[in-house]
Each structure stands twice: as structure tokens, then as C-alpha cells.
Design a protein around this ligand. Structure first.
Ligand SMILES: O=C(O)CCC(=O)C(=O)O
Length: 348
């Protein structure tokens, strides 16, 4: 149901549909109409998309694809969200979203969880925090249990229709694969990882608040490079606007199996969150910083064990690296953020 731009009035941010969730109709209308928000609206709507996809447990990418490809009515969009949640949305979820997006205090259940996380002993020690400050990334070991790693890895294999014991099956490219990213967002194993108290505590330590939203992110599959199977990419990149100053933002992934440095490990430019201003100044005039990085920077791969969560500051140039080992690398992308996370308009 495509909307002609000229005749389409955007609903107010507070207008709700059957789910009673603020912001959702506005976000739907924004995407369907293809209109661009003004800067003051853009920050609120960008934060709303993240809070909504977290609270309603739909992937950001799948939401964009669904709205772009299907152009549904708002009622159909809400139905789609409900179906992705097994037929119902908990009232408490809508209440938490509405409180966050209208600047009210979190409801009791969310406050109780934040208090529980606050009361936990730190999971990142002083050395971890110093490492984060200096290098812009840190590892949380045992972020999820070995059984959770196995269950999540199995979910990836099942989704792809490939087998860990059949390297020939790794060659077949499936519709769910976009570079190393696999379009699997909802699965009991992924949902369980998102409830990890250790992960929540680590992110609470870095953000300075336990009132956080967990991303509904996808999984990754990076198979060994062979003469008939190229590295799927992406290459070195940032997922953030490079307009300065770049505010705090945290990305993360969990290794689901032990991952050697040459096994397609996640790679970064260590410390770039501290040096990025000088580095941007060194980019020749008229040259895209992203292109310049691709030509001149080399990622340092980070090895890890199954269950390690790697968290990185989004000002670090990063990306997966080519897999020159025998086994694929499997990950679950996962992070958390406060509802008022800092954001800079534009895209450099
Ligand atoms: O899978 C990886 O190692 C890198 C992930 C990445 O580039 C991203 O999440 O933006």
C-alpha cells in the first residue's frame, strides 16, 4: 500500500494503534512515505526505532525490509509484530516503551531489573575497564553458558540448512546470508542470550546505567576461504556517522565457538576511539574517510573462546576478517543501550 508523498500527513508521535505503543505509527508512516525527518525529529525517531525494535523484538534490518518490500497498512504492520512474538505482546512491554519514549520513569518491572543489575558484583574488573579506555574494546568471558553457545550455534546451522560436518554445504549461498550476517533474529536460544545478566551488567558498567534496552540483532557465519568460496565481507567499516564529536556507542558480538585469530575473527583498529579526530584530519580533502580506511587501515583480529562477548566502541573501524582456518566462525551480535543514547544527525 504505497502512500503518495504529497497527500500523506504523518501521524503525531504519540498516536497509537491496537498495540498502544507510541512512536510506532510515526515510524511506520515515515518509512512508508519515504519522508525525511528534520534534525530535531530525527534524533527522537532514530532512538524510537531502536527502542521499538528492542522492546517489540524485531530486527532493525528485517523491519526495514518488511516495510520497504511489503508497504503494509499500519494494522498489518502491527499484526506482523504480534506474529513475530508468538501471538501477543505483553502489556508491560508497551508500558516500558511508552515510558521511555515520552520521558517518563521506567515502570516497576524494568526498575526492578535495573536494581537487580545494579546490585550485582562488577563483571568487568579494573583491568578490563582500563583496557576499554585504552583500546576501545573489551572481552567479557563466559557471557553465556557453554550449553547456550551450543544451542545458538545449532540455531545458526539449522537456519542455514548447513551442517558443521559437511564442508560442501558451507559453499551453498542461501537467501539469509548478507555478507557474514544471517537474517535470523528470533529463536529461543537468541532470546535467552539477550536475558544474560552478566552481559547486562557489563554493558551497565560501560554505559553507567542499568536501564538498558537489548538489541534484537542477528547472527553471523564466516566460513573458511577456499578457491571456490571467497570472504563474504563486509570489509573494514563504521556503523556510525563520522561527524565529530563521535559520541559513545557500543557494539557487541558473542563467539559461539572457540575462535582463533586466523579463523575469521572479529577485527578492529585498536584505540581508534581516541585517535579518530587526528585520523580524520589526515584524510586528504575530497576523499571519503570510509574509502580511505579501506585502502590504508589493517584490522587486528581478536581471538576468543566460545562464550566470549566482545564489546567495542563504535568509533573503532572494524569488521570480520577472512577465515583461513578449517572451521567456520559463528557469532551472535548483541548489545544494549539506554533509551536516550547520544546521536549526531547526518551521515559522514
Ligand atoms: O562479524 C564481525 O566480525 C564484524 C561485525 C560487524 O562488522 C558489525 O557488526 O558491524
Amino acid at each position: 500500500m504505497a502512500m503518495p508523498h504529497s497527500t500523506f500527513t504523518l501521524p503525531d508521535f504519540t498516536e497509537v494503534g491496537a498495540l498502544g505503543v507510541v512512536g510506532l505509527k510515526r515510524i511506520w508512516a515515515r518509512q512508508i512515505s519515504g519522508s525525511r525527518p528534520m534534525d530535531d525529529e530525527a534524533a527522537r525517531e532514530w532512538r524510537a526505532i531502536h527502542v521499538l525494535t528492542s522492546g517489540l523484538q524485531v530486527g532493525l534490518e528485517e523491519l526495514h525490509c518488511y516495510l520497504g518490500n511489503v508497504q503494509p497498512s499500519f494494522a498489518s504492520f502491527e499484526d506482523w509484530i504480534v506474529q513475530r512474538n508468538g501471538g501477543s505482546i505483553d502489556r508491560a512491554v508497551a508500558e516500558r516503551i511508552n515510558a521511555a519514549l515520552t520521558g517518563r520513569s521506567p515502570p516497576p518491572a524494568a526498575s526492578a531489573l535495573a536494581a537487580e543489575i545494579d546490585a550485582m558484583d562488577p563483571v568487568l574488573d579494573a583491568d578490563d575497564l582500563a583496557h576499554w579506555e585504552e583500546h576501545g574494546w573489551v572481552i567479557l568471558h563466559d557471557s553465556i553458558a557453554p550449553e547456550a553457545c551450543r544451542a545458538t550455534a545449532q540455531a545458526v546451522w539449522d537456519e542455514l540448512g548447513k551442517s558443521p560436518d559437511d564442508p560442501a554445504s558451507w559453499d551453498e549461498w542461501t537467501d539469509q546470508q548478507q555478507c557474514v550476517f544471517i537474517q535470523l533474529y528470533r529463536h529461543p536460544a537468541l532470546d535467552a542470550n539477550r536475558r544474560s545478566r552478566r552481559i547486562h551488567k557489563a554493558l551497565a558498567q560501560l554505559w553507567g546505567t542499568a536501564d538498558l534496552w537489548v538489541s534484537t540483532d542477528r547472527v553471523g557465519f564466516n566460513p573458511p576461504v577456499t578457491p571456490c568460496r571467497a570472504f563474504p565481507g563486509p570489509g573494514i567499516h563504521w556503523d556510525v556517522n563520522l561527524t565529530r564529536p563521535i559520541p559513545l556507542g557500543i557494539q557487541g558480538l558473542i563467539y559461539l565457538t572457540d575462535t582463533a585469530a586466523h579463523q575469521g575473527a572479529f577485527g578492529v583498529i585498536p584505540g581508534m576511539h581516541r585517535t579518530i579526530d587526528a585520523w580524520l584530519d589526515s584524510v586528504p580533502p575530497g576523499v571519503s574517510p570510509r574509502m580511505h580506511a579501506a585502502e590504508h587501515l589493517t584490522l587486528t583480529p581478536i581471538a576468543g573462546r566460545a562464550g566470549d562477548l566482545i564489546l567495542w566502541h563504535h568509533a573503532l573501524a572494524h569488521g570480520p576478517t577472512p577465515n583461513h582456518a578449517e572451521r567456520p566462525r559463528l557469532v551472535h551480535y548483541l548489545t544494549m543501550f539506554p533509551s536516550d543514547f547520544p546521536w549526531t544527525p547526518g551521515w559522514l
